[in-house]
Design a protein around this ligand. Structure first.
Ligand code: CA
Ligand code: CA
Ligand code: CA
Ligand code: CA
Length: 441
């Protein structure tokens, strides 16, 4: 240790703030300049100056438990200008970080360093391992973190998250010039696109749009939007939640955020999905004092249908669909199948088909509620043909008849679809199946 030199340097650290804050004696200008004459210059009004000074600072208090082991005991925004660190020694390095990187850095005292005076007049120093102290940084609305490094030990002493303290300050002082007061609101949550039915074992896509606005008074404000999907048993929605940042939502301006969700039906029946959107400010210095309008929900009911195998024109191939008079009684078999047969996830007993609910035709037409109704309003249970058009297995299938011209077919259609209800001991559910057709105009 170069004791003498170090002592002198430390002494300079003591004195420099005094020198900067007070008069500069070295090379002082001549008193002949009236501007430098203290006898005629007014005494500054400290109270008035303090009131006009809107500068704030961030105070990080710590207590040590050994060198470079400090815990944060408090973080606070105060209405006072941060002290100058111009003459501070390179003991601790204080970095103020924001979302996009370094905002400011300065050297400061290390609270563990304690200086004293020897009885003989010399200077003593010691490290107090139980010290407590504070660092004071100029306020910055974008500050997120203070990192203090012990320069000599090259150790991070503390890393303090400032966001709660800044947010609390702005909640208490929303009209402060560094705070932004925005009443963000979710105006609407709407399912804008969804398939008419879901199929058990298959994925479907649902589009949900959330409209966010900023009721002011301040803006634009970045908004964080979170939308969650809640479902009961029998259906799965992924992801469970989605987030988006809506940059710069201007006052009285609507911003629409669309999200896509994958819905998978696990069991037959009608299942309800609830989409809930919540908006919040993004930055610590931005506050929304009206929480009541930050969340909105919508519910969507998805009818999970059981996929079935249909043999249009059983025993025949191709499955010609005659839209003229020849197609007045087109037969179709709904096959009774075991789970896994023809790729169907669930077993299906065709004898549960409710014939009066069956509609046959173009896919979009039957999914939209149209299509041809069963000609006789009844089901014919018989051992019909498998898709090879030759095999007839032992179980009974449901043969139905339709007037093809009522199916909404167009000449280019290559598939015919059947939708309807089936009823078993557990309830009434929807079934759906399609097969290839050749349209005969
Ligand atoms: Ca609000
Ligand atoms: Ca056939
Ligand atoms: Ca069968
Ligand atoms: Ca059969």
């Amino acid at each position: 240790m170069r004791g003498t030199t170090n002592s002198r340097r430390r002494l300079a650290w003591w004195l420099l703030p005094v020198a900067v804050g007070g008069a500069l004696w070295v090379g002082a200008p001549a008193l002949s300049d009236p501007a430098n004459d203290p006898t005629i210059q007014p005494i500054p009004d400290f109270a008035a100056d303090a009131a006009a000074d809107e500068a704030k600072s961030i105070v990080v208090r710590v207590s040590f438990n050994g060198r470079a082991h400090a815990t944060v005991t408090g973080i606070q925004v105060v209405d006072e200008r941060a002290p100058s660190h111009l003459g501070a020694p390179p003991l601790a390095k204080v970095d103020v970080l924001g979302e996009t990187g370094l905002i400011g850095t300065f050297n400061d005292w290390h609270p563990m360093w304690e200086l004293g005076e020897e009885t003989g007049g010399g200077e003593t120093r010691r490290l107090n391992p139980q010290a407590s102290g504070r660092w004071i940084a100029p306020f910055d609305r974008d500050a997120t973190t203070v990192v203090v490094t012990d320069i000599a030990a090259a150790d991070e002493i503390v890393r303090a998250d400032l966001t709660d303290a800044i947010h609390d300050f702005c909640l208490a002082n929303p009209d402060d010039e560094d705070c932004l007061r925005a009443d963000l609101a979710v105006e609407a949550v709407t399912v804008t696109a969804a398939p008419p039915i879901g199929l058990v074992g298959a994925d479907a896509t649902i589009t949900v749009e959330t409209v966010v606005t900023n009721n002011g008074p301040d803006g634009p404000a970045d908004a964080a939007l979170t939308t969650t999907a809640a479902v009961g048993p029998g259906v799965t929605v992924t992801p469970a939640s989605q987030t988006a940042t809506l940059p710069g939502v201007a006052v009285n301006t609507d911003v629409t955020e669309p999200d896509q969700w994958t819905v998978r039906c696990d069991t037959p029946g009608k299942h309800t999905v609830t989409f809930t959107s919540t908006v919040a400010t993004v930055h610590a210095a931005d506050v929304d004092l009206v929480a009541a309008n930050n969340t909105r929900s919508t519910t969507h009911t998805i009818d999970c249908a059981v996929p079935v195998t249909v043999n249009i024109k059983p025993g025949g191939d191709p499955n010609s669909i005659n839209l003229g008079a020849g197609g007045n009684n087109a037969p179709l078999a709904v096959l009774t199948t075991a789970a896994g047969e023809y790729g169907n996830p669930l077993a299906f007993d065709a004898r549960t088909v409710v014939a009066t609910t069956a509609r046959f035709g173009n896919r979009a037409v039957v999914l939209g509620g149209g299509g041809a109704a069963e000609t006789h309003n009844r089901r014919h249970d018989e051992r019909s043909y498998e898709l090879d058009e030759r095999t007839r297995d032992a179980d009974l299938d449901a043969v139905l008849h339709f007037r093809a011209a009522d199916g909404g077919f167009t000449p280019g259609d290559t598939e015919g679809c059947l939708i309807g209800e089936f009823a078993d001991s557990t309830g009434t559910f929807t079934f759906f199946g399609c097969g290839p057709v050749r349209i005969v105009p």
